[in-house]
Design a protein. Structure first.
Length: 214
């Protein structure tokens, strides 16, 4: 029924839906414009209405919506933060990414399919991203989002763009997993891997070969 389908779409967007049944006029359909040709707005307002939010039946009473399911696993697995411009980011698989980036949206959609066997509709995706954006902006501390290089705890960190980073100190360097405590380094992928036998010149070549991406 068209009314029920419309009500379901509105409820998916967070609305509380009420339905007014227009009185029949013979056997023909009565639309709102037809009704208002012969009745006042006050008469329309006084028509009985019912809430179109029926309780879930039987085993469906605890069933979660797509948005609820996707939000639950997304909020639990993504490390959220925002920059000084209040733009939301997530630390995702060792890389800092804008929250609405293609990689994160694809990951949410695929994880939802794995967990529910259903594709994530656009309304549910938008609801999830809006809530995550709110969490990133209002529930987390501001982070300094950088391109490629960061400084923390007496070391420089050079992001390799593949979930790893080079930790550089006065006594040497090591390749480690990119720590989420850095806040964020918004990067692309390096084409070269450093070697203990290399020189500073080779390291500069490595730097020049890595181009930040959005």
């Amino acid at each position: 029924m068209a009314v029920q389908r419309l009500a379901e779409r509105l409820r998916a967007r967070g609305a509380t839906v009420f339905v007014k049944e227009l009185p029949a006029d013979g056997e023909g359909k009565v639309g709102l414009d037809d009704y208002l040709l012969h009745h006042s707005v006050d008469e329309f307002r006084n028509l009985p209405e019912s809430e179109s939010n029926p309780p879930r039946k039987g085993g469906d009473k605890d069933k979660k919506t797509q948005a609820e399911t996707a939000l639950e696993f997304s909020a639990g697995e993504l490390v959220l933060f925002h920059d000084r411009n209040k733009d939301p980011f997530a630390f995702f698989k060792g890389t800092c990414l804008p929250l609405r980036s293609k990689d994160i949206r694809s990951w949410i959609a695929f994880q939802n399919y794995l967990k529910t066997g259903q594709t994530l509709n656009s309304d549910a995706e938008n609801q999830v991203l809006k809530v995550l954006e709110g969490k990133a902006i209002f529930e987390t501390k501001e982070a300094d989002v950088r391109n490629r290089v960061a400084s923390k705890d007496g070391a420089f960190w050079f992001d390799m763009g593949d979930h790893r980073a080079i930790r550089i100190t006065p006594v040497g360097w090591t390749i480690q997993e990119s720590p989420s405590s850095l806040g964020g380094m918004h990067t692309g992928r390096c084409k070269l891997i450093p070697s203990p036998a290399g020189t500073h010149g080779r390291f500069l070549s490595l730097s020049m070969s890595c181009h930040p991406t959005s």
